[in-house]
Design a binder for this molecule. Sequence first.
Ligand code: SIN
Length: 535
Amino acid sequence: MLETEVLIIGSGIAGATAALQLASNPKRSIVLITREMDPLESNTRYAQGGIVSRNSGDDEEALVRDMITAGAGATDPKMARLLAKEGPPLVDSILVEKAGVKFDRGEEGEFDWGKEAAHSRRRILHVGDGTGKAIARGLIEALNKCPNVKIIPNTTAVDLITVPHHSRDPLATYREMACFGAYAFDQQEKTIHRFVSKATVLATGGLGRIYRNTTNPPGSRGDGIAMANRARVRIVNTEYVQFHPTALAVPGEERFLVSEAVRGEGGILLTPDGSPFMEKYSPEWKDLAPRHIVARAIHHEMEANGFSYVLLDIATHMPAEDIRARFPNIYEACIKAGIDITSDPIPVVPAAHYACGGVLADEWGRTSIKGLYAVGEVSCTGLHGANRLASTSLLEGLLWGNRTAEHIDKNLDSGNRPDTPAADSFPRWDESGLEEDVDPTLIHGDMQTIQNIMWHYVGLVRSADRLSRAIRELRHLWNEIETFYRSTKLSDGLIGLRNAVEVALIVARAASHNRHSRGCHYRQDSVELEGDRLI
Ligand code: SIN
């Protein structure tokens, strides 16, 4: 058992920022756990395009307007305003000053502001096309210098510890629900530890890996959403899964992200025979339309014409030298796949990219149960509405990591909190009687089944028939996996599989329940809304 004041689950920008900001109070003790061996490994690390900030001549309301437009009417303006006002100063005070991130600058030393889809201005800071990696490195290096932060890798959170559920006190039933840490699996010792805390921060990232094609790394299995769901925490908007329009299409290979910044710098989408097509779908924005519009346009071109990909041409629009300097990682990844992007167009397809929904959180990251906070992609504050504006996710992680730290620090010692039960009053994890090791083939096979169901039936284009088929098949799989889970020794893969099927069901049910197309939730059989009523 390990006791700490604050337990943070996840080491991406949101979790790392929360830890760093809390650590500035030397009285605080913070434990950050991650399932990865290297805390640098997270969704953040794979962010290419950059982070929204404030360029001279830009104003807060312009960013708010762009977010609301991209969010297809479901963005909470209060949250968008918070991000536009408080986010950019944190880029300087945390990322530049504390984490030492060196964003690209021009010859005169001014920032090199980038542009991406649906932004009305150039307002995106970047480090080449490896912005997330530079940010992750800076934050983890800064955290390593904090004596009051303990980072514990190879540790997979299994379930939240909540009262009354895990309380032995019968009177706890009458108290407000609260979270006091998590059970987590030590991958090396192959055992479960209790991490007991006064405040717990979920920062586990997204769920892209429940889809066959995704830009997300293997850890994005929806772990945080599944844990929150089992603890009866409120979860919203999960039908809004954003598909990135342009992932590198190489048969048999993972879908490497080809940043939207490529189109921001002039790249144009073409059919395989070389014809531009975006004007047809969005005369106003063309190739820089909001993501859900571009992703669906590509999907439509592919379905209607039998293409297995479309092309993204940057070679015609940017000198070779500039392409290599601005997009070094994309250039290298494409060279490995046999494509020289300084002369040839890039074959691309859409891929699952970002969860706009998640664990409902307020402006301080508070969830529907006491003591539990959610930050970054696992959370849903309403900021992204039904479709996220490009390059706002890193800023969201930074802002909510900071606000959550502020809220925890101010309230941890106040009387306005549920009493923390004695740490050893929470039951130990009981694995007695479980002798059988997991069969990796079953885990792999079931995971692929989930990914295929989600891709075909809960993908870019949905319908009642597809969704009810998905729910039926996922329910059957859920039962199988739950039986397997209860009769086999734990492993990280089994924990992930159990979470993946649970989250897949949550997404499929939300998509089935919401019969109205909006943003990245598109239904062929959409029901029109009149006022607030479904008709
Ligand atoms: C990209 O570089 O296209 C991804 C940025 C984002 O997801 O906001």
